[in-house]
Write a protein that binds this ligand. Structure first.
Ligand code: FES
Length: 163
């Protein structure tokens, strides 16, 4: 077992221990807590959760696929999301996404191999007047240009480099 896996196992156990009633009704809350701690839901964590709550693994997997916000693949330390809704689309969002994919070598939905950045697209986050809009983690960056996007992504990737 790798050091990361061992620490993940410890974190999973600590999160499960917050739910001593082992109530299957707590499943979604547990999954949220696990994802907040691990950034995604590894298979081992899902299996452990299923066994802790006395549920079948298939049921737990089913819940992760039903809710859009759960991720079962590793995620980056940061997320860069390009809004591809109509208002952003007509103001150049496709070019921004292409540039982002080129700069990071990752297509939308993917994560850089060093797990520093996940690239995503979304359809309208309700801030159309700011289009084209890019979110870095949960922060809105409106009226985005290719140049600013490159700078933002450079900064994120630099932050992740070992010192
Ligand atoms: S289309 Fe991008 S925020 Fe609405």
């Amino acid at each position: 077992m790798s050091e990361t896996q061992a620490s993940d196992t410890g974190r999973v156990a600590a999160i499960l221990a917050r739910y001593p009633r082992r109530d299957p009704g707590d499943l979604v809350n547990i999954l949220h807590d696990l994802q907040a701690a691990l950034r995604y839901l590894p298979e081992s964590a899902l299996q452990e959760t299923a066994s802790y709550l006395g549920l079948s693994p298939a049921h737990v997997y089913g819940v992760t696929t039903f809710y859009h916000g759960f991720h079962t693949e590793p995620r980056g330390e940061h997320t860069c999301t390009v809004c591809m809704g109509t208002a952003c689309h007509v103001r150049g969002a496709p070019r921004l996404l292409e540039q982002l994919e080129r700069d990071t070598g990752v297509t939308a939905g993917g994560t850089t191999p060093d797990l520093s950045l996940t690239v995503e697209e979304v359809s309208c986050v309700g801030a159309c007047a700011l289009g084209p809009l890019v979110l870095i983690d949960d922060e809105y960056h409106g009226h985005m240009t290719g140049e600013r996007l490159s700078r933002l992504v450079d900064e994120l990737l630099k932050k992740e480099e070992p010192t």
